[in-house]
Design a protein around this ligand. Sequence first.
Ligand code: ZN
Length: 186
Amino acid sequence: MMDYEKIKAGVQLLLEGIGEDVGREGLLETPDRIARMCQEIYGGLYEDPVVHLKKQFSVERNDMVIEKDITFYSVCEHHLLPFYGKAHIGYLPNGKVVGLSKLARTVDVFARRPQIQEKMTAQIARALEENLNPQGVIVMLEAEHTCMTMRGIKKPGSKTVTMVTTGVFQDNYELQNRFLGMVKQG
Ligand code: ZN
């Protein structure tokens, strides 16, 4: 469970640390507001993707399944600043598939934590691998990191792209290219 009092105290200290007047009207409710917001943006820490992935359907043909352009918002664990973008997921089933909305839910479980994009990409792939036992998984994330755009090297519009492949996708460039082609198609 989250400790709201600790979050509130922490936010208050941060504001005091930067020299703000925590008693002024605009900031009075801020610690409480942020504490409540944390449940929404970090609540994935208390969720297990298994919940979403355990309901499966049998299929006769193991054709590639792709769910693309899944919008996500996460928070970089190094700066606690947002990074956001699109997740694209593909897998080659092994007799079983999950509902498409469950892939988006799985992305959300991992996005709503302090994160780094590389780890998040791998976590999504592993969750599918472990719960669906497919022939292979490919996960690609494209995101803008505000810790690179509003601070640091300040390069708005730059995107970080990460990709993780498992099983048949690992060395099969034809399969990878088919996935990438489908993702890029309008
Ligand atoms: Zn960062």
